[in-house]
Every structure is written in C-alpha cells, then in structure tokens.
Design a protein around this ligand. Sequence first.
Ligand code: ZN
Length: 118
Amino acid sequence: MAARTCPKCQTVIPPSEIVAHTNDLVCPGCGEHLEASGFSRNLAAFGGLAVGALIWKFSSAYFSSSASALGWVLPIVFGYLALSISSPIFLILLGDLQLKPYQEAPVPHEVLAPHSTH
Ligand SMILES: [Zn+2]
C-alpha cells in the first residue's frame, strides 16, 4: 500500500493532515475516519530518537572543547530540536494509515438521587 493513501478509497491524504491529526483524520475522498498505524508511529518515534541522539553526540563533542557556560545544555537543546523536527518528517514519509476503529457511543448513566438521611 502506498504511503499517505486512504486504505478504503486510495485517496492521497495531504502530509500536513497526517502530522496535524495523527489520531483522527477524516479522508477527503470517502469521509472515513483514519489514524496513523502503530508501526509508522513507533518507527517515526525511534527514528526521531536516533537522529536526536546523533545530533546530541555530535554537538556535545563540539561544545566539550568550548569554555561556554551553556556548553552542557546546548547539545540537549539541539538533540531535542532534532527529535522534534525529524520525527514528523519520518511520520510523513512512512504515512501508513489505517481505518480508525469505531468507538461505541457513551451511554448516559442515570444520576443517582442523593441518599436521604431521614
Ligand atoms: Zn477514503
């Protein structure tokens, strides 16, 4: 199955919709509720973590020789930023969508009357 396509009608979903509405996006072709599959979510998360760790490693090697007071925190910031940027890119590239399972409508429960003390 091609990436970023609806599994029901094969309509190509825009990448921004996948990133913005990962849990519940509506197919513009058939109106079906879709979600990103667990495989693409997990792979995007681990890919983002790997890129973040690489950036942290390279930047900590660079900043370890500097005498800056913020030399220890900048590699962490750069690693976090690399994770934040690369993980959605991995999710867009993988883009494996699946139909969202139907959820049962919540059943309203009766409100119990307060217990009388008399
Ligand atoms: Zn569709």
